[in-house]
Ligand binder design. Sequence first.
Ligand SMILES: Cc1cc2nc3c(=O)[nH]c(=O)nc-3n(C[C@H](O)[C@H](O)[C@H](O)COP(=O)(O)OP(=O)(O)OC[C@H]3O[C@@H](n4cnc5c(N)ncnc54)[C@H](O)[C@@H]3O)c2cc1C
Length: 329
Amino acid sequence: MSYIWTLAEQANGHLKQVSFELLTRGRKLADSLDTKLASLLIGNGVSAEALRELIQSGADEVYYVEDPRLASFSCETYSNIMVELIKTYQPHTILAAATSSGRTLMPYVAVKVKTGLTADCTELDIEETTGNLLQTRPAIGGNILATIKTPNHRPQMATVRPKSTRPPEPDADRDGKIINVPFKEEWLDGRVEFLGYRKDAGDFENIEEADIIIAGGKGMKKAENFKMLRRLSDSLEGMVGATRDAVDRGWIGYSHQIGLSGKTVSPKLYIGAGISGSIQHLAGIKTSEIIVSINNDPEAPLHKIADFAIVGDLFNVLPELQKRLEGGK
Ligand SMILES: Cc1cc2nc3c(=O)[nH]c(=O)nc-3n(C[C@H](O)[C@H](O)[C@H](O)COP(=O)(O)OP(=O)(O)OC[C@H]3O[C@@H](n4cnc5c(N)ncnc54)[C@H](O)[C@@H]3O)c2cc1C
């Protein structure tokens, strides 16, 4: 039986958290099929210790392709590597993260190896009778969950939302193989030169990493009022999130958008102010540990799923919260 693969990600030689989350998904699939789980990593400067962490977190094998010119993501170069390794090793299934690089790379690779790809899966399973991957994702604006199969082509490919599952508990005694794949010059795409990353006008925040998020919706009324959320998030050492309606109105940048067409977050504390709680927004916050809703409509759907529902005018509640936080209460 061919292997299940996950595509690990790194930045500046450090493995990203999502690399481990994918191992939780991959391990379950590999166990159902009684096969092995391998993690593929393309990058530079990742320590042997970090590679071993992938083994400790569930991988049986790690394929590491290393070169200084692979330090930053390049779709063409990374896909050249993946296509060759797929042809050599013929994995059963490949899971990648629905991050900007995963979302860019996987469709590119899928087309080149002539297979299907399901983006943004929330559930993955194996169909008992066929061994096909059951790839479940929200569809039609989040109103239904569609389960998609790739019965005729291999590998089966899917991207998975970051933070939609927890990373495994590492087991220091787990054994596995680290395979350093020799780098080939021909993989480099000569047409692209990496110059550096530009963060959008100072309004970029990696809210997926936040432990505390204060999010605002259309009830915030205008961009200016987001300063209240920023102040509160600064006091709590959190980050600011938003609904699509707030982002579409230009009140805050897209990197803050939470939900089906934004980011999936999993903070310890999520506070939503002036947010109704549409199904599309809830899709991005459902793994939060504690949800607080501030809304003057007692029937707001966000109140229904909140651990603490504050029925009131946010323009009174937020300043009061700020005052109490600053007063150390
Ligand atoms: C395909 C698709 C993808 C989508 N993706 C996303 C997504 O990723 N993320 C997302 O968020 N949405 C998404 N949406 C949009 C979604 O359907 C909703 O339109 C959106 O989430 C509503 O945003 P909101 O809660 O800010 O606005 P509203 O639904 O208008 O809610 C505003 C809330 O503010 C409350 N309010 C008003 N004034 C006050 C006040 N003074 N004090 C307290 N409360 C007040 C109101 O009672 C109301 O409940 C998507 C839609 C589609 C069709």
